[in-house]
Design a protein around this ligand. Sequence first.
Ligand SMILES: [Zn+2]
Length: 315
Amino acid sequence: MHDAPAILLHGAAGTGLWEALRERAAALLCEAPRGGHACGACAGCRLLAAGTHPDLFELLPEALALELGVREPEEHASGQPSREIAIDAVRRLVDWSHATSHRGGVRVALVHPLDAMSLPAANALLKTLEEPPAGLSFFLGTHRLDHVLPTLRSRARLQALPRPQADAAQALLRQRGCAQPEAVAAWCRNAVHATQPEAGLEWAVGVLAWLDGQGTAAARRALVDAAPAAAVAAAALQKIGVDLMRARHGLAPLYLPQQGSLLQRLAPRAQPAQWLARWQRLARAAAESGFALHAGLSAERWLLEFGQLHTRSED
Ligand SMILES: [Zn+2]
């Protein structure tokens, strides 16, 4: 009998990919599952919740493990935690895979994100991925399917993780005490599992108000002072651009549905197609790690350009 092949789950960032991988692991490791779901109460579920299940191996880059709380930061750790899956960690997984199950059941290995694996690390994993020891299941994840090495991708069965529906996304936000779940869910297009799904929303609403007020210098300075991190500011301006362009074409806003009438008022004055191309380049630059520009400085420059392109048709 062949074991099930590794599953490679792919989906947009912030849509709950890690949570979905953990759910798959939980359903398999639960010792009294109900309808395919973990019971949350058995010994297996309790070990999983405590992060000490011996039959689960979570292979993550150091930096992501710290962000997700999978590992505690080491007290005397030096240097930046790595964003790559290290070959040493892959070798530990391979060694672990040859041990027997502690609790006599199945074992699960989670690897995320699969695109964070260098070629040597991937090579160290290939054989185990292709012919896992009996009882071992692999669940792999990635937000960037096109960045996964073909040798890894070809050994897994692909599954797309759908974006959460609006009502589920809003329910999760409400549960977390979010004051404006509809606006935030739209702003992040339901990617509510992101660390800060609301990042940039308040600022974007301020930018629209500034444009509506003919873009005075004092208002611009206030926006520069309140600017979020460069990547967030760039993404926010890009979202405004998309919604202005949609308003020009008579389409409902995607990111800022609460600002519909304001967007409609601003749209005829905007030159969104021109600056959308510009902001897309900027957003790509801002998304690169090590984007060196000071956030306030770049926000000021961007707002100036933004305002110019916005008002040119009025000249
Ligand atoms: Zn259980």
